[in-house]
Design a protein around this ligand. Structure first.
Ligand code: ATP
Length: 513
């Protein structure tokens, strides 16, 4: 655990030191669970968004993208169920005066048991060596099976109590498990209460005529209310999808773990409209598609897993999370939900307008079913950033910190470094930049010894360094150094663009899907 905490602290401080993420309003001591993306962070975030958008919209003939407003008519949130049901079960600790999400306390308790399972697996793998069969071990080892059964029993009870809104039982569960406040170690809990997560605001200047609005807690509703507009103007035939990326706001209670859980965050969502009865197939299809998208970035198959929901939201008939191994363990990165016709039907009811699709072949109208994929851009950022940050010991015994960002997403693709600040080398470096800047973000760096400059670029995540030296004056060649392998090649200046393009071109990455 201590090791995990250290790694996470490193991620947070590295993100600040290298211009990726700053705390919001830092000079005023910050605003809790709100963050700003800095010069490199903004680029990385934009590249992730772009990679998602291309894979979703550009690569799929039957998916189009929109950009709906953050403010929506307040009835939207009655229809969606958010006014009545967008609640978190909260519990306060009377000694520390801290407030927690009751379900998260129970889930964290289970995560600890899971940690014990992982320990057993590691121990056994060491003992049995090559003969170790993980699946078999998990299903036959008495202690591990016991742990797993305990987790299942707890989560299934939690699921049932939440579904039945039996908050007294959630409290009872916390007491029976003897869960303590992570800060004070105290078991002195209040009752569990519900709390609505939407941020309210007002439209209009005068107090009497102002209208109460909410900042959207999810982007999905902007798509549902536009379903028919898009279908008609885009002449879309079912099955088809509508995608969008944008800010969402939740007054999260347990806002911690850096950008993992913020009060203002960005979602990348796609709602796929299908014929009723076919939703199961599409749900499976989108599970597969989304996992392929993640794996295309090459961050390791072992770092992802599906987690099917025990407790389904009021609108869903199937739901799963794609979980990622963050520095603090496996947690939700993306949700894939089969949302039935709940939202469109609710908007029909509340607006009095028909939201139906006329199927020309079947000659019938129906309200489509929806399968959605919903990923947090900030969580994806954290997944990539934390996974990429590694400390390496090199062959000569020296250390380096390197941010192995997938090259396609790196904020700056190359740094151009004149070996010295004189003899015409800076001028050549500037000329190279003036050419490359049409295609990539490139930077110029002439300060410090070249070895230090390499290290600085490694830590910032720049995939290539291009060094101009005295030989360049004679042979028009430069040294290109690769961040991950540290391999250096002598190449013609005119070939540099193509070498970089080969590694950062989105086309090649998308083709891995
Ligand atoms: P959680 O259970 O972690 O609160 P959720 O199930 O409420 O998440 P969804 O409503 O399914 O999340 O939202 C879709 C995605 O939006 C999530 O998978 C996550 O990546 C992202 N997301 C949700 N809440 C936040 C938040 N407070 N900060 C950052 N990202 C978030």
């Amino acid at each position: 655990m201590a090791k995990q905490d250290d790694q996470f602290k490193k991620v947070v401080s590295h993100a600040k030191e290298y211009g990726y993420i700053f705390q919001s309003s830092e000079i005023y001591d910050g605003l809790s669970a709100v963050y700003d993306y800095a010069q490199n962070g903004a680029e990385l975030k934009k590249n992730i968004r772009n990679y998602w958008w291309k894979a979703m919209v550009q690569m799929n003939e039957n998916i189009v993208g929109i950009d709906a407003a953050i403010l929506m008519h307040p009835t939207t949130w009655k229809a969606s169920g958010h006014v009545d049901a967008f609640n978190d079960p909260l519990i306060d600790n009377k000694d520390s005066k801290k407030r927690y999400r009751a379900d998260v306390l129970v889930e964290d308790y289970c995560a600890k048991i899971e940690g014990k399972i992982e320990k057993e697996v590691k121990k056994a793998a060491k003992r049995f060596g090559d003969a170790f069969n993980k699946e078999e071990f998990l299903s036959t080892n008495g202690r591990v099976v016991g742990y797993q059964e305990k987790i299942n029993t707890i989560l299934s009870r939690l699921g049932k109590s939440l579904e039945n809104e039996d908050l007294a039982d959630v409290k009872a569960l916390i007491e029976e498990l003897e869960i303590v406040d992570p800060i004070s170690g105290s078991k002195n809990w209040t009752e569990v209460k519900q709390f609505n997560l939407m941020f309210g605001t007002k439209l209009g200047a005068s107090a009497d005529s102002a209208m109460d609005l909410y900042l959207r807690p999810e982007t999905a509703q902007g798509i549902f209310v536009n379903f028919l507009n898009v279908q008609k103007t885009g002449r879309m035939k079912i099955p088809f999808g509508i995608a969008q990326t944008g800010k969402a706001f939740r007054n999260e209670i347990v806002a911690r773990q850096f950008i993992f859980r913020q009060r203002e965050f960005e979602q990348m969502e796609m709602q796929f409209f299908v014929k009723p009865g076919t939703q199961k197939e599409w749900y499976e299809q989108w599970k597969e598609n989304r996992m392929k998208w993640h794996l295309s970035l090459g961050m390791g198959t072992d770092n992802y897993r599906f987690h099917d929901h025990e407790k389904l939201a009021h609108y869903a008939d199937a739901a799963t999370d794609i979980e990622f191994k963050f520095p603090f363990g496996f947690k939700e990165l993306e949700g894939i939900h089969s949302r039935t016709d709940f939202d469109l039907k609710a908007h029909e009811k509340f607006s009095g307008k028909k939201l139906q699709y006329f199927d020309h072949e079947a000659k019938e109208s129906y309200v489509p079913y929806v399968v959605e994929t919903s990923i947090g851009l900030d969580r994806m950022f954290l997944a990539i950033f934390s996974n990429s940050l590694v400390d390496e010991t090199l062959e000569d015994g020296s250390e380096r910190t390197v941010l192995r960002l997938p090259a396609v997403l790196a904020p700056t693709k190359a740094a151009v470094l004149p070996l010295v600040k004189k003899d015409g080398l800076p001028e050549i470096a500037r000329k190279i930049i003036d050419d490359l800047k049409f295609d990539f973000n490139v930077i110029y760096d002439e300060k410090d010894a070249v070895g230090r400059r390499y290290r600085r670029q490694d830590a910032a995540g720049t995939p290539f360094c291009i060094t101009v030296d005295h030989d360049t004056l004679e042979d028009n060649m430069v040294t290109i150094r690769h961040r991950d392998t540290m391999e250096q090649q002598r190449v013609k200046i005119e070939d540099v663009r193509e070498i970089i393009m080969k590694e950062v071109d989105m086309r090649a990455w998308l083709m891995k899907m």
